[in-house]
Design a protein around this ligand. Structure first.
Ligand code: FE2
Length: 128
């Protein structure tokens, strides 16, 4: 049995949407704390907060699916997010230059390039 859309259009839709938003915000906060802990040399705390962030992200996604936040056509959504990632990726060189102009250490700049596009691309290329 699918959870997709289980609460969409029901009296629970609003509370599930708020829960999804709260969990998504939590994911950002915990991931930020993980990065801040890493910069402070607190490796164990960084790992813990990163794991909590991943759990919060999972919870947020669960609620999003319950409310059918995204269309059920899986590969259509994947293609859509891939396009969004590519658009963001195309703007990244300009962003990196602006961050560099602020005096950000060169060692930190590669982190801006790494994120999810390569993972998405490999998933999609394997399929098409
Ligand atoms: Fe949670």
């Amino acid at each position: 049995m699918s959870i997709y859309g289980a609460t969409a259009g029901t009296e629970l839709e609003d509370i599930i949407r708020r829960s999804e938003e709260g969990e998504a915000n939590g994911a950002v906060i915990y991931q930020a704390l993980a990065l801040m802990a890493r910069e402070l040399g607190l490796a164990e705390e960084a790992q813990i907060f990163s794991e909590i962030a991943n759990m919060e992200s999972h919870h947020s996604g669960f609620y999003a699916v319950m409310n059918a936040k995204y269309p059920q056509a899986f590969w259509d959504v994947v293609r859509s997010i891939q396009q969004a990632e590519e658009n963001a990726d195309s703007r990244m060189p300009q962003t990196i230059e602006k961050v560099r102009a602020l005096g950000t250490p060169e060692a930190l700049l590669p982190q801006l390039k790494v994120w999810s596009l390569s993972v998405l691309r490999s998933v999609i290329m394997a399929k098409f």
